[in-house]
Design a protein around this ligand. Sequence first.
Ligand SMILES: NC(=O)c1ccc[n+]([C@@H]2O[C@H](COP(=O)([O-])OP(=O)(O)OC[C@H]3O[C@@H](n4cnc5c(N)ncnc54)[C@H](O)[C@@H]3O)[C@@H](O)[C@H]2O)c1
Length: 432
Amino acid sequence: MTISFVGHGYVGLVTACVLADFGNKVWVIGHTKEKIERLKKGDPIIYEPGLKELLQKNIKANRIFFTLDYNKAVPQSDVIFIAVGTPPKDGGEADLSSVYSVAEKLGKHLKLGFTVVSCKSTVPVGINIKVEGILTKVKPQKANVAVASCPEFLREGSAIYDTLNPDRVVIGSDSKKAIDRLIELHHPISGKRVITNLASAELIKYTSNAMLATKISFANLISFYCEKTGADVETVLDAVGIDKRIGRIFMNPGVGYGGSCLPKDVKALTKMGEVLKINTQFLESVNAVNTQAQKNLLQKILKNIKNKNICVWGLTFKPDTDDIREAPSLFMLKELLKYDYTISVYDPVGSGNIKKIFGKKLIYHKDPYTAVKNSAGLIILTEWNEFKQVDLEKVKKLMKNPLIVDGRNIYEPKTMAHLGFKYFSVGRKPIA
Ligand SMILES: NC(=O)c1ccc[n+]([C@@H]2O[C@H](COP(=O)([O-])OP(=O)(O)OC[C@H]3O[C@@H](n4cnc5c(N)ncnc54)[C@H](O)[C@@H]3O)[C@@H](O)[C@H]2O)c1
C-alpha cells in the first residue's frame, strides 16, 4: 500500500518507519522545511532506540519519503494517518488546531478513488466525526473518503518493539471498507484486534491512559500512608499485586507520572467529563495526588539538603527517551532554583532539551560521576538503568556529603545503609 503520515514525532515517525519496513511505500508530510531536510538525510530529530537505524535502512531502500507538499503524497495514498500533537491548552482541554488544519489540507488533495484517513493522534470523543465533516466539505466532489480512529499505545523508549508487538490494535470506524483496509495494513503486526466504532476507539485511548495514571497515583497515595505509619510501600504493593485481580505492573510509587500523554490525557478526559456533566472528582484526585507526589519529594530535598550544591540525575520523564514534556524534573528544577540551589545535572540523552529551557541556570555534565562531584546531595528523578548499575562506592567518595533523595526507589535501603549513605526514597523508611 501507499501510506502517508502527517506528523513525524514519537508516534508518526516510528509507525511510518515500521510500515515502510514491511514493504509499504510511505510518505511523511511535515510542516517545517529544516526538519524535513534533516529527515531526508536520515536524522530522526528525536531520540528513540533503534529509530535512526530503521529510518536510514528504509530511506536507502526507497520506501520512505519526506515532503512538505501534500499534493505529492496524498493523492497516491490508500491510507493517511494523522499523527500530529494534541497538547493541552491552559484549561486542560486538548488543543485540536493542528488536527483540524491538517484535515483541511488533506481533504483538498484527496484522490478521486477511495482513501482512509485514520487518526493516530489522541483526540476526545466526537473529534473524528468533525474531521470527517471537514474532509467531506473540502474534498473534490468525486473523492471518496472514510475516517477511522486507530489510537496509538506505544511507549517511548520501546516504541519500535511496541509498534511491532502491541497488546492490541484498535480500529474504530463506521465504514466497513475502511476497517477492512486497516485490517489488511496491520496484517504483519501482532496483538489482539479490537474492531469498533469511532467513539469507542477514541474513548479506549483516554481510558487506558487514565487507568495507567490512576495506578501510579494510587501507588503514591499508599506511599503517603506508608511514610506516616512506618509501613514499606514496596512490600505493601508487592503483596497487594500478587492478587491476580490487581497485579503489580505500573503501580510504581515515586515522583509521579509525566510525559506528553498521561498528564494531558487525564486533564482532557476531565474536561470531556465536565462538558458531559459527569462528576470528574476521581480524575481530579488522580491529578492532585500526582502533584502532591512531586511536592513531597521537593520537601524531602529542602528538609535534608541544607548545603546548596546539589546534583540531579535523570531529566527525562522516563528512561530511554529524550522527551522532557511534563517531566517531574521541570517542576523540581524550577522549585530548587527558587531556593538558590546550585544544580549540576546529568541525563544520558535529555540534557539538550533541558538546556533549551534552563540555559545557563544549570551546570550540565556528560557523565554521572563528574556531575555528582563535591555535591551535598544527589537527587534521582528518572530510573535510567545506568543509575541502577552505578558504582555507589565511587559516588560516595566523590560527594561532599553522601546523601541521596531517590524519586524512583531504584536502590535498596539496606544496601544504602550498609554503604553509609543517608538515603531518602518514596514510601520507605529513610536511612538518616
Ligand atoms: N508520544 C507517545 O508516547 C504517544 C503515545 C500514544 C499516543 N500519542 C499521541 O499521538 C499524538 C502525537 O504524539 P507525539 O508524541 O508523536 O507528538 P510529537 O510532538 O512528538 O509529534 C507531533 C508531530 O506533529 C507535527 N505537527 C504539529 N502540527 C502540525 C501541522 N499543523 N502540520 C503538520 N505537522 C504538524 C510536528 O511537527 C511533529 O512532527 C498525540 O496526540 C499524542 O497524545 C503519543
